[in-house]
Design a protein around this ligand. Structure first.
Ligand code: KG4
Ligand code: ZN
Length: 395
């Protein structure tokens, strides 16, 4: 079963074409990510209108390239004009995207329908303007091809990203889970502890009350005059700090609160007060600050996760989202396997920590297999929650 997946929730335009051989085995036919980081850098963060413009511009060439790479792009012998009613449908869906309306009419008239079973699309959470571009593009394709569209939750995608296991060549496996599983999702927009009671049954245990972990990393980086995205740069500075002396001490917000919620804005404010009167930040100071910031983040994340592992008798722990690229956190979470005998910790391959299309293909495939998805999605949701199941409203 071949699925094409489109991800445009933030600042990467990504498309994957995946051939699912069985529930746990798949082959990647094409997997391309176009990052907009260089464009957003000068704004110190993602600039939504620019992100939308870039997605709009990139989607069609990326789509053609993906089909070609997957061996699914086949030209018609003669041009086949679309019917008037088909064009009207397309105009309705792409009424704000003239560029892709023109592109897709041209595509349908010149290329055959590829052998795909469904399209998976991120419909939230994320930047609404960005989400709409991918969503409408996918809607236009599925309407003319008359195949299924599977609206997919971006965060569920991050969970699946961590379960990808390489087999051979382009063949991969999805790791089988033992329940109850716990997932800690840490990205630029989210910090969530999710209990997975059985396949795709989610319960939110706690989340950040203010800034997400990645956001805190990015803000602290800015205070240290480091470029966006700051996470990797703060992390690099932290690893350079080898000194045992402790001159800086940052708070551990919510560490001992009797719940699973987080808060990171106080940590960023504490860093702000430390740097605000400094005329010049020495490299030593920056390194120690970055290191202590990472100590604080890690301590809070790991302690809260440990508490949930104990309380719910967790067998598998999945760490996902952009911040899971962080080496210090990866090491600290992997170490939990030593502390809890029966625990297995799943970390995403570094290639799949950030946003990608493959994770959307996987989450979409499982939703499709379970018949658990909205059959006729009409809009995107910037604040989409990871539902325990969509089954109730999928009819
Ligand atoms: O999941 P993601 O790619 O996009 C969102 O959905 O938000 O996460 C991006 C976030 C950014 O805040 C970035 O600074 C952070 O992940 N990040 C890191 C590292 N690599 C990326 N944070 C800490 N350490 C890293 N190595
Ligand atoms: Zn993400």
């Amino acid at each position: 079963m071949k699925i094409l997946a489109i991800e445009t929730s933030c600042d990467e335009t990504a498309i994957s074409v995946v051939d699912f051989k069985s529930k746990y085995k798949f082959e990647i036919l094409s997997d391309i990510i176009l990052s907009q980081i260089d464009i957003h850098k000068e704004y110190g963060g993602v600039f939504p209108a620019l992100a939308k413009r870039e997605h709009t511009k990139n989607l069609y060439p990326l789509f053609l390239k993906s089909l070609k790479k997957a061996g699914l792009l086949e030209k018609r012998k003669t041009i086949q004009k679309l019917e008037k009613k088909e064009i009207r449908k397309l105009e309705k869906i792409l009424n704000r995207d003239e560029e892709n309306l023109k592109n897709l009419i041209d595509f349908f008239e010149n290329y055959k329908k590829p052998k795909l079973s469904a399209l998976a699309i991120t419909y939230g959470p994320g930047l609404e303007m960005s989400l709409w571009t991918g969503f409408n593009f996918a809607k236009a394709l599925t309407t003319i091809w008359d195949i299924k569209i599977i609206p997919t939750n971006h965060m569920e995608g991050h969970i699946f990203s961590s379960l990808i296991k390489k087999e051979k060549g382009n063949n991969f496996q999805v790791s089988k889970l033992k329940y109850p599983t716990l997932s800690l999702l840490i990205s630029g927009g989210h910090t969530e502890l999710i209990l997975i009671e059985s396949e795709m049954k989610y319960k939110l245990l706690g989340q950040t009350l203010d800034d997400a972990v990645g956001e805190a990393y990015d803000k602290v980086a800015r205070l240290m005059n480091l470029e966006y995205p700051g996470g990797p740069k703060v992390s690099k500075l932290a690893t350079e700090w080898k000194n045992e002396n402790k001159n800086i001490s940052l708070p551990r917000p919510m560490l001992n609160k009797p719940n699973f919620d987080f808060s990171f804005s106080g940590l960023k404010t504490a860093v702000f007060y430390l740097v605000k009167d400094k005329k010049k930040m020495t490299q030593n100071f920056k390194q120690e600050l970055a290191s202590e910031f990472e100590n604080a983040v890690s301590e809070v994340l790991v302690k809260k996760t440990e508490k949930a592992i104990k309380k719910y008798g967790i067998k598998n722990l999945i760490i996902g989202g952009g911040v899971s690229a962080n080496d210090r956190l990866r090491k600290d979470f992997k170490n939990l396997e030593k502390k809890f005998q029966d625990l297995e910790v799943f970390l995403p391959n570094k290639k799949y920590t950030g946003d990608n299309g493959l994770m959307i293909a996987l989450a979409g495939f499982y939703r499709l297999k379970n018949g658990d998805y909205l059959k006729n999605p009409t809009k995107v949701f910037g604040n989409l929650k990871l539902k325990m199941t969509c089954r109730i409203n999928s009819k």
